[in-house]
Design a protein around this ligand. Structure first.
Ligand code: HEM
Length: 170
């Protein structure tokens, strides 16, 4: 069954999907991945895997050179790179490869082992924003990616710079 621009899969139609309605009114194809993504189908708009491969390559090349972030990542970056690629393509409307191989993303839980404060968040997001441009994403995909990554990176902060002083205060 094919779903075309302006059509929402009936089983995913919910009253709170205001964002979807906004996307529909802009005439963009909306596709759900397992009920997870509410983005217009950027994946198809930009032509599938290739630009996302460039994005992940560029992002990881930056992480590799970053003295703050590199120690958070394992010695072998390749498996994480592939998961990142599967997740991002799935989130932006591509095939549900991440869910098939890794199950539900649960990103907060999966990032719990890493200390992510404001500085780590900013470094991560900075590399991703630079990678978006290096990979050649143009509007409207560029803004959709920028907004998502900035928002999601903030949600993954799990360490508070003031936590120590709060602890000291009892
Ligand atoms: C928009 C924000 C982010 C997204 C969408 C994201 C996504 C992901 C995904 C999908 C994985 C693989 C999970 C798995 O299946 O095991 C992952 C792993 C990881 N992420 Fe993130 N992440 C984000 C932000 C961050 C930030 C801010 C940091 C730290 C500064 C970070 C550090 C890591 C590390 C260290 C791994 C493990 C990599 C590996 O095992 O090779 N992430 N992330």
């Amino acid at each position: 069954m094919w779903w075309w621009s302006g059509q929402v899969r009936p089983e995913t139609r919910r009253p709170r999907d205001k964002k979807i309605n906004r996307s529909l009114s802009r005439g963009l194809l909306v596709l759900y991945n397992d009920g997870m993504t509410q983005e217009p189908n950027i994946y198809e708009l930009v032509g599938g895997d290739a630009p996302f491969r460039r994005l992940v390559d560029s992002f990881y090349a930056r992480v590799e050179r970053d003295p703050l972030l590199r120690p958070l990542f394992p010695a072998d970056l390749e498996p994480g790179k592939e998961r990142q690629f599967m997740f991002i393509t799935q989130y932006f409307g591509g095939p549900a490869r991440y869910n098939q191989q890794r199950g539900h993303p649960r990103l907060r839980m999966r990032h719990a082992p890493f200390t992510i404060g404001q500085a780590e968040r900013d470094a991560w997001a900075g590399h991703m924003l630079a990678a978006i441009d290096e990979a050649g994403f143009v509007e409207p995909a560029r803004s959709a990616l920028r907004e998502y990554f900035q928002r999601a990176a903030t949600c993954l902060i799990n360490a508070n710079a003031n936590a120590k002083s709060v602890e000291l205060l009892g």
